[in-house]
Design a protein around this ligand. Structure first.
Ligand code: PBG
Length: 326
């Protein structure tokens, strides 16, 4: 029998050897925790996202503190807005005393070092449930929407947001938001662009969480076609030219090839969003006893890092940080 000359298994022989040769590392510092908030006094569980709640102001502070304590340095805020405040023009999204600005101010008082990222898009505030303004014939209006997004981003910056993250996929919004922030003196507020955001079925549980599903139509005229990879590079070039500080791919797990492609094509930091449906799949299988939650979650996050993401938005952030420490 021919004996192998090369034996890759030698590098896997013990735990210490395996950690010497490990190519990718997952640490709490590369995790970002998205949190849902509402005006209510109690935390309300989200059925399709076990472990996640629509948080009260107190609950939000507690979740942020716990994550920060475990080494998660940044959170993203997503508001569930009362139906009565939703309008066609989504004016609530830039009200200085709205839920998001109010919450940013409270968080900054309690946890000044925690980095606060806000989502810039109209869907939680729009009676149409779209990320942009909807014309009478159903079209999503690009340039008119960008004007509202600029007001929203500025409102978040004024309240103390560190990073604004436009997730709306309108054309030209990164440049317009940059100019608005700069001309108001917010040159230190960063833009994390949702660069390659796909029209994905995996956002289902999130839309339930915020009650923000489109009332008519879908998001395919602005979010990207899941079939396209080259188009992600086109979006990347635009966002770079318009002044994005960081770029993002979303969803993450089913789009590892896109993450890798974006990683090769830019020197900017690359983020990936492990979205609600990715989280829900692991949770559902874990609840049935079909998957081990901890090892499946950590493996999914490691794979996203291996594909090239510098940091990951994930509903597992606090738990994963905790697991990584123990
Ligand atoms: C809205 C927004 C969505 C998500 C983040 N921001 C939903 C959508 O585009 O319909 C999805 C996040 C998730 O599913 O976890 N602009």
């Amino acid at each position: 029998m021919d004996r192998p000359v090369s034996r890759p298994r030698r590098n896997r022989r013990t735990g210490i050897i395996r950690s010497l040769v490990r190519e990718t590392h997952l640490t709490p510092s590369c995790l970002v925790l998205p949190l849902f908030l509402h005006e209510g006094k109690v935390d309300v569980p989200i059925a399709a996202m076990p472990g996640c709640n629509r948080l009260s102001p107190d609950g939000l502070l507690r979740s942020a503190e716990r994550a920060f304590h475990d080494g998660v340095g940044a959170i993203v805020l997503f508001p569930a807005i009362d139906e009565s405040l939703k309008t066609k023009l989504a004016e609530e999204c830039y009200r200085p005393d709205g839920l998001i600005p109010k919450t940013i101010r409270a968080l900054k008082k309690q946890l000044p070092d925690l980095i606060i990222i806000t989502d810039v898009a109209l869907d939680p505030y729009s009676s149409d449930g779209h990320d942009g303004l909807v014309a009478s014939d159903g079209r999503i209006l690009n340039d008119e929407t960008v004007e509202v997004l600029c007001k929203q981003a500025l409102c978040h910056a004024q309240a103390g947001a560190d990073i604004v993250a436009p997730s709306d996929m309108m054309d030209g919004r990164v440049g317009a938001i940059r100019r608005s922030l700069d001309s108001a003196g917010y040159t230190d507020v960063s833009i994390l662009a949702y660069t390659a955001k796909y029209a994905s079925a995996y956002y289902g549980p999130f839309r339930e969480a915020l009650d923000s599903a489109p009332r008519a139509g879908d998001k395919k005229t602005y979010q990207m076609d899941p079939a396209n990879r080259r188009e992600a590079i086109r979006e990347l070039r635009l966002d770079e030219a318009e002044g994005a500080d960081m770029v993002m791919v979303k969803p993450a797990g089913p789009y590892l090839d896109v993450i890798a492609e974006i990683r090769r094509s830019t020197v900017l930091p690359v983020a990936a969003y492990q979205v609600s449906g990715e989280y829900a799949m692991i949770q559902a299988a874990a609840q049935k006893g079909w998957l081990d939650e901890r090892s499946a979650a950590l493996e999914s996050l490691l794979a996203i890092r291996r594909a090239g993401a510098d940091f990951i938005l994930t509903y597992f952030a606090q738990k994963a940080a905790h697991w990584l420490k123990s």
